[in-house]
Design a protein around this ligand. Structure first.
Ligand SMILES: Cc1cc2nc3c(=O)[nH]c(=O)nc-3n(C[C@H](O)[C@H](O)[C@H](O)COP(=O)(O)O)c2cc1C
Length: 171
């Protein structure tokens, strides 16, 4: 599978089978994240891997987008570790976005479905998962083997006309 095929294969999966994701698959997904580039190579990402039933159940207290996934990653970054540009812009969110994207694509390659969850309660999430004060939360990333009837949302293939997005040489 080449990169474009992989990018086309991935979709936001919102229905999972109960089958647990094997530890070696989880490790491969984590490795893909580990290989991601970060500002100044500071690698500020902090990833909480949720596999225990008890912990997974708590996701429901933080977001309605848990989808009963058998695996979930809470991806954060340590703001005191991430690169801050001279004008004060902190790159942690950019770094972790790249990390998460690597993980999602690797998961897709391995037949694991995922969805990026930005709609969560950050205050509740910090409390429920004891997220340290200096960590900022990027999001939840529920993952698992897609349910037999899992399918992309109807808007999955609704792309804007590239002419609205891409400009050569001048806007
Ligand atoms: C930053 C970000 C936040 C998102 N947050 C949510 C979310 O909270 N709940 C959800 O169901 N999907 C969420 N999504 C998934 C998007 O709705 C989805 O990627 C988009 O509709 C395109 O569909 P596709 O992923 O199937 O290509 C999020 C995606 C991104 C990139």
């Amino acid at each position: 599978m080449n990169f474009t095929e992989l990018a086309k294969l991935r979709y936001s999966c919102r229905k999972f089978s109960d089958k647990a994701v094997e530890p070696e698959i989880i490790e491969k997904i984590l490795e893909a994240g580990h290989l991601a580039p970060t500002g100044c190579n500071y690698q500020p990402q902090k990833i909480l891997v949720l596999t225990d039933k008890e912990q997974l159940e708590k996701v429901g207290e933080c977001t309605r987008f848990g989808f009963n996934a058998p695996l979930n990653f809470l991806i954060c970054f340590d703001r005191s570790l991430s690169y801050t540009r001279g004008d004060g812009k902190n790159f942690g969110e950019i770094d972790t976005t790249i990390v998460a994207t690597h993980m999602i694509l690797k998961a897709a390659e391995l037949g694991i479905g995922s969805t990026w969850i930005g709609a969560f309660n950050p205050v509740k999430t910090r409390e429920v998962f004891n997220v340290p004060e200096n960590f900022e939360i990027l999001g939840f990333f529920p993952m698992g083997y897609p349910a037999e009837d899992a399918a992309p949302a109807h808007f999955h293939e609704e792309y804007r006309d590239p002419a609205e997005i891409v400009f050569y040489n001048n806007f």
